[in-house]
Design a protein around this ligand. Structure first.
Ligand code: 5GP
Ligand code: ZN
Length: 114
């Protein structure tokens, strides 16, 4: 955990958040600036700075994030689909340097990058 990291501080309970899901590996909470009716941030409970830092020592956290995404999507009523977004590094537009996945849905999403 990193004392200067907003998401580590949310996980530790030092900064409030609207919690959606939690298990041993993952914490999920609503984005403070939602871009869709459902916009949840799915965050590993280990400080991994970005997707570029994932390796075989920590990839279990990635797997657990995606297990959580499927559960949260069901809980949020996203049976019709959703989008998962990861911004990585400066060129990828990442602003919080703690790995996270944006789970976005609840509306027909239009702007596709890929
Ligand atoms: P990124 O730009 O790194 O992919 O995504 C960071 C996200 O974190 C943004 O969508 C931003 O709105 C969200 N965010 C930043 N600070 C906070 C916070 O303190 N609480 C919550 N719930 N979301 C935050
Ligand atoms: Zn962190």
């Amino acid at each position: 955990m990193n004392d200067n990291c907003i998401f580590c501080r949310i996980i530790k309970g030092e900064i409030p958040s609207a919690k959606v899901y939690e298990d041993e590996y993952v914490r999920a909470f609503r984005d403070i600036n939602p871009q869709a009716p459902v916009h949840v941030l799915v965050v590993p409970k280990k400080h991994i700075a970005s997707a570029a830092e994932v390796d075989e020592s920590n990839s279990v956290y990635v797997a657990k994030c995606f297990e959580a995404i499927a559960k949260i999507a069901r809980g949020e009523g996203l049976e019709n689909g959703f989008r998962v977004v990861n911004n990585c590094g400066e060129d990828g537009g990442q602003t919080v340097m703690h790995l996270h996945y944006h789970l976005i849905g609840g509306v027909k999403l239009s702007e596709k990058v890929v």
